[in-house]
Design a protein around this ligand. Structure first.
Ligand code: SAH
Length: 265
């Protein structure tokens, strides 16, 4: 019997052509695919011989218990299967890869990682901006608005870093988040929201921190969406007029300007 193993494979933000060549090769070798619900289900077409199991973990929705997913991976791998655990974005950015790797290692199951494009990068590409523009910031910070123990991150410290804040899992609590950030950052700080970044359904909004919550609600932005806050957002190809925000919808870079669907006064 061949030796089983698990690959944590990054599905990128959605579009299949944002998968790496390595991801495509590994998918072709998979015996079992465990697919996260933020990953594009069409990914299964690249794994023709694999048994496909959906294991959603989407915040707030019915989800497969983490311990069950870990047991499933170990069981198939021990039976000799090459298990490919497909995760949205980059497998190592949030999404519990750390827990899964320790569970697999303690079970003696070999584990490998295939990287991919995380949502913040897809969002920045859609907006036509650099996350680390040196005229505006010292770098980028990836942060979740929602910690495991329910506590908030230290927004004061984060605001003081002078980095672009790429905020994952923040759209549902954008009011509280923007308010807290405004205690430490000017309300005029450029801010953006991108929903379904890197997919055909991508929608982007560029505004200011002071208007972010109202504009996110007015534009009905919902999960999965990423928020970007910081001076670098002023370089977005879609720029907010002084008193208004801009919302565009459509597919990734290249078609940013023409399809403005809403513009708040
Ligand atoms: N591993 C993923 C992140 C998982 S956490 C990655 O690297 O992108 C889930 C959060 O990621 C969502 O709540 C949302 O904030 C963000 N996200 C994932 N896919 C997204 C997408 N296509 N567009 C915008 N945000 C996305």
């Amino acid at each position: 019997m061949k030796n089983g193993k698990v690959t944590l494979l990054s599905a990128g933000p959605g579009a299949l052509d944002l998968l790496t060549l390595r991801a495509a090769r590994v998918l072709g070798e998979a015996d079992v695919l465990l697919v996260d619900d933020l990953a594009n289900p069409e990914i299964a077409t690249l794994a023709p011989q694999a048994r496909v199991i959906a294991v959603g973990k989407r915040g707030g929705c019915r989800s497969t218990p983490q311990a069950f997913i870990e047991r499933l991976m170990c069981r198939f791998a021990r039976a000799g299967a090459h298990v490919v655990r497909v995760k949205g974005g980059d497998a190592l950015m949030f999404g519990r890869a750390g827990e899964e790797m320790s569970a697999l290692r303690s079970a003696g199951v070999p584990v490998e990682i295939v990287n991919g494009v995380s949502a913040a990068f897809a969002a920045a590409a859609g907006l036509g901006m650099s996350l680390t523009h040196r005229d505006h910031c010292a770098g980028v910070t990836f942060v979740t608005a929602h910690r495991q123990d329910g506590s908030a991150p230290n927004w004061a410290a984060l605001a003081a870093t002078g980095t672009t804040l790429a905020i994952y899992m923040g759209v549902n609590r954008v009011e509280a988040l923007a308010e807290t950030l405004m205690a430490h950052l000017d309300a005029t700080t450029p801010a953006a929201a991108v929903q379904w970044a890197g997919t055909q359904q991508e929608r982007r909004l560029v505004t200011s921190l002071g208007r972010l919550a109202a504009d996110v609600r007015a534009g009905a932005f919902a999960s999965p969406a990423i928020l970007l806050v910081g001076g670098a957002v002023s370089e977005a190809a879609l720029t907010a007029p002084p008193q208004a925000s801009g919302i565009v919808t459509g597919h990734a870079s290249g078609d940013i300007a023409p399809d403005v669907i809403a513009q708040a006064a």
